[in-house]
Write a protein that binds this ligand. Structure first.
Ligand code: FES
Ligand code: FES
Length: 158
């Protein structure tokens, strides 16, 4: 089948790739673009490991076709740090050991960043609801939620 030529912006840089019409954005990011920080858990929209931002909306990249990224802006975990400087969420996750195997962590961080961009003072319940679509099979939820809330407090104080 003929491949589609897609032009998009990934982490602020114009990017072009070829993909099959049925290929997911997740597969494109990992296999065509080489950005393997975005993880594949379920491939069915249930685990959140593949979370990315698409034109400012949090999406499961396993449920988006690569061709749908045409003329859109994609943000992945690779674009979260500012050069060597980690995003405050990344820094806090490290400081508070809010990860175990880390498989879910890229998706959790992308989702948490999306939350803090719309709500800089979430309650614990709001954090838990927001991250309900991001499964951590190590069940490290308490530390994840605490790290998100502590980051929000730091960012409000900054
Ligand atoms: S891999 Fe996309 S939601 Fe699980
Ligand atoms: S840290 Fe292992 S899946 Fe979340």
């Amino acid at each position: 089948m003929a491949k589609h030529h897609v032009t998009t912006t990934i982490n602020g840089e114009v990017s072009e790739f070829l993909c099959e019409p049925q290929e997911t954005l997740l597969d494109v990011l990992r296999d065509e673009v080489g950005l393997t920080g975005t993880k594949e858990g379920c491939s069915s929209g249930d685990c959140g490991a593949c979370s990315v931002m698409l034109d400012g909306r949090l999406v499961c990249s396993c449920l988006v076709l690569g061709v749908e990224a045409q003329d859109k802006s994609v943000e992945t975990i690779e674009g979260m740090a500012d050069g060597e400087k980690l995003h405050p969420l990344q820094q806090k996750f490290l400081e508070e050991a809010a990860l175990q195997c880390g498989y879910c962590t890229p998706g959790v961080l992308i989702a948490a960043k999306a939350l803090l961009e719309t709500n800089d003072n979430p309650t614990e319940t709001e954090v838990r609801y927001w991250l309900a679509g991001n499964l951590c099979r190590c069940t490290g939820y308490d530390k994840i939620v605490r790290a998100v809330m502590d980051t929000a407090a730091d960012m409000r104080g900054a």
